[in-house]
Ligand binder design. Structure first.
Ligand SMILES: [Fe+2]
Length: 117
């Protein structure tokens, strides 16, 4: 949830690699799986628009052998892409604040050796 909330936080500062910027900030506090999803979501999200701009919408296929490929496809489909719908139900930012504080209160690197969750 927190990764979904923060996954685009680098978009203004670093438009050409915002995925990597957000992933770098989150990395010490999240699992390898969550880091991987955020790190690569820009390429996966391109599936929904790249072909309208002359790009390759299936660029995500380069990662098809990753154990996190399906999770990233699902992340973009369920959360990133769906969030562009102005009628998508959402909560006020204050609703998420305790979750954000809980994640960033973790000991940095505590999940470094795991790939679960
Ligand atoms: Fe993004």
């Amino acid at each position: 949830m927190v990764a979904a909330l923060l996954h685009d936080l680098g978009d203004t500062l670093s438009p050409y690699n915002h995925s990597q910027l957000a992933a770098a900030i989150l990395k010490p506090y999240v699992s390898e799986r969550t880091w991987w999803i955020i790190h690569h979501h820009g390429v996966f999200q391109a599936y929904y628009y790249a072909h309208h701009l002359g790009g390759e919408r299936n660029a995500r296929e380069q990662f098809k052998d990753s154990p996190f490929y399906r999770a990233c496809v699902d992340f973009c489909h369920k959360y990133d892409q769906a969030a562009f719908d102005p009628d998508y139900p959402s909560k006020p930012l204050a609703f998420f604040e305790p979750m954000v504080r809980r994640i960033f209160a973790r000991q940095p690197g505590h999940l470094e050796l795991t790939s679960a969750s």
